[in-house]
Write a protein that binds this ligand. Sequence first.
Ligand code: HEC
Ligand code: HEC
Length: 258
Amino acid sequence: MTSILTRRRALGLGAATIGGTLLYAANSRAVSGSAAKTPWEWKEIQPESIQERAYLSAWEKIGCMYGVLEAVLGTLGDKYGAPYNTFPVEATVYGSGGIGGGGSLCGTVNAAGMLFGLFAKSQEDMFALCGEMSLWYEKAPLPVYKPKNPRQQIPEVTSVSGSNLCHVSSTRWANISGQKLLTPQHFERCNRMVADATVKVVSMLNEYSRGKMTYREKPNAFSEGCQACHGPAGVKANVATNMSCNSCHQDPHNSAKP
Ligand code: HEC
Ligand code: HEC
């Protein structure tokens, strides 16, 4: 409202201008339609400098997706203002627990995708960055981050999810750590992972914005084999995913058949 009034003043429009409603409408459209077009300009962040913020923000909402985005966009917003501070970060709490607790895509991978959506210069780049992040998440032993003042003590163990799904990732950690899920211990583990994923996505965006992005991840050998026939342009071409196949499938072609 303030900005609309300021604009009206700047344009020399009195509150009682005849036809004010029309002008107001036109004006408010200009203001509300002013969300900055993507791609936004990426400003380098020293990745480790925002780990603690990511960890603490994640605890604020028990929000993994939120934690990553709050740390990154919040840091940029504090330093540079718009457009970074115009993003409704609270809306991303939906990503918690694999989309509203559904155990689907991990919120940290979802958050990274959102950031690539804001900062990648083309759709092709955005897809490639999303793929890199997802494969990194599948393979990385997590969590690594040690908070300054941990809210909860948890066993110092890491697990490899082999999947970008919250369900698989969390349950593998539960089995390795001996902890129960949907407990403060589980959230501690996930919120430390938020710090790890934040470092990853910020490092990627730093590298990408310098024009020197190196894609390091590729599907595992098992999955590459399947994709040769089931992936795009294969004889079957009936599978569209870059998730590792072996988190759900065995090789049906090699098993002894009657
Ligand atoms: C050389 C090509 C080729 C490769 C490599 C291949 N597939 Fe297949 N796959 C096929 C074809 C063709 C069919 C359909 C005909 C059939 O059932 O044999 C099929 C069928 C399937 C089916 C459904 C039918 C069934 O038998 O259960 C599954 C599931 C499957 N493949 C998974 C995989 C996985 C997982 C891998 C990797 C480990 C893989 N495939 C590798 C060609 C391939
Ligand atoms: C998150 C688990 C998951 C992952 C990861 C996954 N799949 Fe599947 N896939 C399934 C499920 C569930 C079905 C459906 C099975 C059915 O309908 O009986 C399926 C179906 C298929 C089918 C068709 C089977 C048929 O009966 O025709 C093929 C082929 C297949 N997957 C291959 C792959 C390949 C190749 C990959 C890796 C690139 C992969 N899948 C990754 C869970 C998964």
